[in-house]
Design a protein around this ligand. Structure first.
Ligand code: DX5
Ligand code: ZN
Length: 217
């Protein structure tokens, strides 16, 4: 499996979004990670469908939406017109997981579940792993960019990779939070094949995002 890098727009310059998107358009093989927060599931509020509907017209990359919201069901239909490639919701946010995954599969090419750092893999029943396209393991507590990576998550990546390997599942393992060139190698060796990075990429002083992405790769 090749590794996908998904820059998180949360750390981009919101006063200069068009240029930020154009900078990313000059780089190949990215997803664009969109952190949708509701100030309820997490203590922060970001952007929603009206903003992303505009943004989709200028990006060339696949849209990777990460819903940190209490009611992801509210967003399933309205985000259809945004042209999302991947819809990830938090396992902790709902109770009817199986039904919601099936619903999303009829709408989106890729469906993901996300686990907070403190949510163990054992909270997901075995029969669910074969139904999702992506599993996002949070390596910070969700809500903000620029937090420090929680190193214990590497063991969780290894355990999830074992589940994937043993059962021949094909879901991607995505890691989100505090990803830099310092930990990307361990994560990839441990089985991650989709890395979200926000502050590490967008803090490049000359806005040479390609150089940061190359370092992660
Ligand atoms: C955090 C978000 C992340 C965040 C990552 O809750 O889900 O996607 O933007 O930012 P960094 O890479 O700065 O930790
Ligand atoms: Zn995210």
């Amino acid at each position: 499996m090749s590794v996908i890098i998904s820059p998180s727009l949360l750390s981009a310059d919101f006063l200069d979004l068009r240029k930020e998107i154009e900078r990313l358009n000059s780089i190949d093989d990215l997803w664009l990670h969109l952190d949708i927060m509701d100030s309820h599931f997490v203590p922060n509020l970001t952007f929603g469908e009206p903003v992303l509907n505009k943004l989709q017209t200028i990006t060339k990359h696949k849209l990777d939406a990460h819903f940190m919201v209490t009611n992801p069901e509210f967003f399933a239909d309205s985000f259809k017109k945004v042209g999302l490639h991947n819809f990830t919701f938090h396992w902790e946010a709902i109770i009817h997981h199986d039904r919601f995954i099936s619903y999303l599969k009829n709408i989106y090419p890729s469906v993901g579940i996300s686990l907070n750092p403190s949510t163990p893999l054992s909270s997901v029943p075995d029969y669910i792993w074969g139904k999702v396209d992506l599993v996002l393991l949070m390596s910070v507590n969700p809500g903000f960019g620029g937090q420090s990576f929680i190193p214990e998550i590497v063991d969780k990546v290894i355990a999830l990779d074992e589940i994937r390997h043993k059962n021949k599942f094909s879901f991607q393992i995505q890691v989100d939070g505090g990803v830099t060139d310092q930990n990307a190698g361990y994560l990839i060796q441990s089985g991650a094949n989709n890395l979200v990075a926000g502050s590490y990429i967008f803090s490049e002083p000359n806005k040479d995002y390609q150089s940061r992405i190359n370092k992660i790769r």
